[in-house]
Unconditional design. Structure first.
Length: 572
């Protein structure tokens, strides 16, 4: 999104004067996906988030793009079919962020869990435990069947004990077998949300996207927002989409349409600096059942071991973090699964947590609440001339399909045709992404010749940003690409400068938490932050007081919500 503030102000003036078809409240992955789809259809659209794009629930997933193997147990076959299809499409449309992930399931018995699984399938509220080899084999065969559309990965294998331990030697020898199947992981989900928004802006001049903008009033068909600079914006939409995730009911209250749609659960994760564990995973995720029956996972995330996740009822999305009891649970579960390795609290370098915006439910176990999505409509009323569509539930993987369904509903209400499908449309840096290793090397060689940067550096940025790397490497920055952050190696000052100037950055946290992976890798230092705020402050015209405030805010967020303590150096 390379437009200036003046360009965005012009877009907003047009929307305020000419009216807007759709306002989307909430710029998580569901809202951003819908925004992109509607923009491609020529719909006049405004998306607004009270914080940054992709900063809520969409920034706190297990970082998987998966078909939902466990949904087979609850008979949600349609959800599995859609999820596996969308997984396959994302592997093609976002190859710079999404890649295959071979997954290992340790199996501890041959026949356990069959009758319990049948009870769950027919509506029991008690989840099965100790899923045996027979049950795993049936589940993986069904999973392959549902994932056969646009198939891009191998089919599953079931290995007997000796071969399974040869594949994963650190796993407890108590297993009788092991299953291997394929899903996918997403390295930078926050960036992908931003890229969806940026794609929408680029596709349609009659649209706008605002972060850190709050809904202040909804009166007489007008929505009034307050922007970060204190100014206000009023628009009169034909239709409003509430994509606020865990905050949906609160937003509907502000819109004058009280609801009780959300019954969220908290999912927490930790990242371990544990090279021996990462090496032992051999590129696989282990998807396993903890001693209490809950499903856990561990896999290599950019050199760290990502471990998750909990599933705890919660209704406070503004104050959610991974608690010490959850961290202890993860470490104990890993120690039971991998007894040859040692685990301690000192290995945890980062933690995060978020609220899944699941539908309100009376299910006895959080894991039994459906991960499917819905879009209930509140029709216009006398004092509210616009309808409200609330995006309830869903999961990261299915955002495109969910957006397409809702976009079709909106187009029908607006009496407009669909002009373009998003099914095979690349996202952001996935556009024109080279298809294989040889093609990647050739792309990097050509860009190196074009920009004067070393080919190795081009390949590094290609893996980080996709083909957007060309714009970054071509950027005329006051900093050299050779000037790197003091400790977080790999990121240059020129890179940070480009992000600050071109990616709708309002706060320092937008850079360190979402436009990059600097924070989540747990290697961020006070010296890094000082360098980043100096570059961003110069690019965005921040005063010294503003820079100090931004630094302090990031440090507080790191400590309060991510378990990372940094001590800032006194200003010179």
């Amino acid at each position: 999104m390379t437009e200036t503030a003046a360009d965005m102000d012009l877009r907003l003036s047009k929307l305020a004067e000419g009216g807007v078809d759709v306002v989307i409240l909430g710029a998580g992955v569901n809202g951003a996906g819908l925004f992109r789809d509607l923009c491609l259809q020529g719909v006049t659209c405004l998306i607004v988030d009270k914080a940054d794009f992709g900063s809520g629930t969409s920034a706190a997933p297990s970082r998987l793009i998966h078909g939902g193997l466990k949904y087979l147990e609850t008979g949600e076959f349609g959800l599995v079919a859609q999820s596996t299809l969308e997984r396959n499409l994302l592997l093609k449309n976002a190859p710079h962020c999404v890649e295959p992930l071979p997954t290992f399931i340790p199996v501890f018995s041959w026949t356990r869990g069959i009758w319990a699984a049948l009870r769950t399938l027919f509506g029991s509220t008690i989840a099965p435990r100790s899923r045996g080899a027979v049950l795993i084999k049936i589940g993986l065969a069904l999973y392959d069947f549902y994932g056969s559309r646009n198939q891009v990965m191998p089919r599953h294998r079931l290995l007997l004990r000796r071969r399974a331990l040869a594949e994963m030697p650190k796993v407890t020898p108590d297993i009788v077998a092991g299953g291997i199947y394929y899903d996918a992981k997403i390295s930078r989900p926050e960036r992908l949300v931003f890229e969806l928004v940026a794609d929408g802006i680029a596709a349609n001049p009659n649209t706008a996207a605002l972060n850190f903008t709050s809904l202040r009033a909804a009166e007489g068909g007008n929505l009034t927002f307050q922007r970060p600079d204190g100014s206000t914006l009023s628009v009169s939409p034909k239709l409003v989409v509430n994509a606020a995730g865990p905050w949906i009911d609160r937003v509907n209250e502000t819109l004058g349409a009280p609801s009780h749609l959300i019954g969220g659960t908290k999912g927490s994760h930790i990242l371990l600096d544990h090279p021996e564990l990462v090496k032992s995973l051999n590129g696989h995720m282990i998807y396993f059942e903890a001693d209490d029956g809950r499903i856990c996972l561990v896999y290599d995330y950019l050199g760290l071991a990502l471990v998750g996740s909990t599933d705890i009822p919660s209704d406070d999305p503004d104050n959610v973090r991974c608690e010490e009891t959850e961290t202890a649970y993860f470490l104990e579960s890993l120690a039971s699964l991998l007894p040859a390795l040692s685990f301690s609290r000192s290995q945890v370098v980062y933690s995060y947590s978020g609220i899944r915006p699941l539908p309100a439910s009376d299910a006895s176990a959080p894991g039994l609440i459906s991960r499917d999505h819905s879009a209930p409509v509140r029709e216009p009323e006398t004092d509210r001339p616009f309808a409200i569509i609330s995006l309830v539930g869903g999961k990261w993987t299915t955002f495109r399909g969910f957006a397409e369904e809702v976009a079709d509903t909106i187009l029908k209400r607006l009496q407009r045709p669909r002009d373009r499908s998003t099914r095979d449309l690349a996202i952001g840096g996935g556009k024109d992404f080279p298809s294989g290793p040889a093609e990647r090397a050739e792309w990097a060689r050509e860009v190196a010749l074009q920009t004067g940067h070393p080919q190795e550096r081009v390949e590094e940025l290609l893996s980080r940003y996709g083909t957007t790397a060309l714009s970054i490497l071509s950027h005329r920055s006051p900093h050299s690409d050779q000037e790197r952050l003091p400790d977080a190696t790999g990121y240059s000052l020129a890179e940070i400068d480009w992000i600050a100037r071109n990616e709708s950055v309002v706060h320092l946290g937008d850079i360190v938490f979402r436009r990059t992976t600097l924070a989540i890798l747990g290697a961020l230092t006070a010296a890094d932050l000082a360098a980043i705020v100096a570059v961003a402050g110069a690019a965005l015209g921040w005063t010294m007081e503003r820079r100090a405030e931004e630094l302090e805010d990031v440090v507080r967020t790191l400590e309060r919500y991510h378990g990372l303590k940094l001590k800032l150096e006194p200003a010179a």
